[in-house]
Design a protein around this ligand. Structure first.
Ligand SMILES: [Zn+2]
Length: 114
């Protein structure tokens, strides 16, 4: 199963995003398949029950010299707003920077598009 470009409030590889808690901007490099892994913090307390379905993002941190970063455990709500399934007050925002549709990484490899 893969994510369709038209789904999820415009989230896609190449999108520029930042979070509501002032991290980013990030370039989305990879979006995982849907996942139900347990909350890390809950698992520390012995709770390994599956989480609400969510995705994991691999990102290039545009504010930190392009370092690789990750955002874990996010899913779009009914309005297409990406929220943490583990922390209701955190959510992703599509930045005004829009989509880098022709993004090519340093190795010259075209990123996978869905
Ligand atoms: Zn997961």
């Amino acid at each position: 199963m893969s994510i369709k470009c038209s789904d999820f409030g415009g989230m896609r590889v190449g999108a520029i995003i930042k979070t509501s808690y002032d991290t980013g901007s990030y370039l989305v490099q990879r979006i995982s398949e849907v996942c139900t892994c347990p909350s890390y913090t809950a698992s520390l307390n012995g709770d390994d029950s599956p989480s609400k379905p969510h995705y994991h993002f691999t990102l290039k941190d545009l504010d930190k010299r392009g370092d690789t970063s990750w955002l874990n455990g996010y899913a779009p709500d009914a309005d297409g707003v990406w929220r943490s399934v583990w922390n209701d007050k955190d959510y992703l925002i599509i930045d005004v920077g829009g989509v880098v549709s022709d993004y090519i990484d340093e190795t010259g490899t075209q990123l996978d598009m869905f």
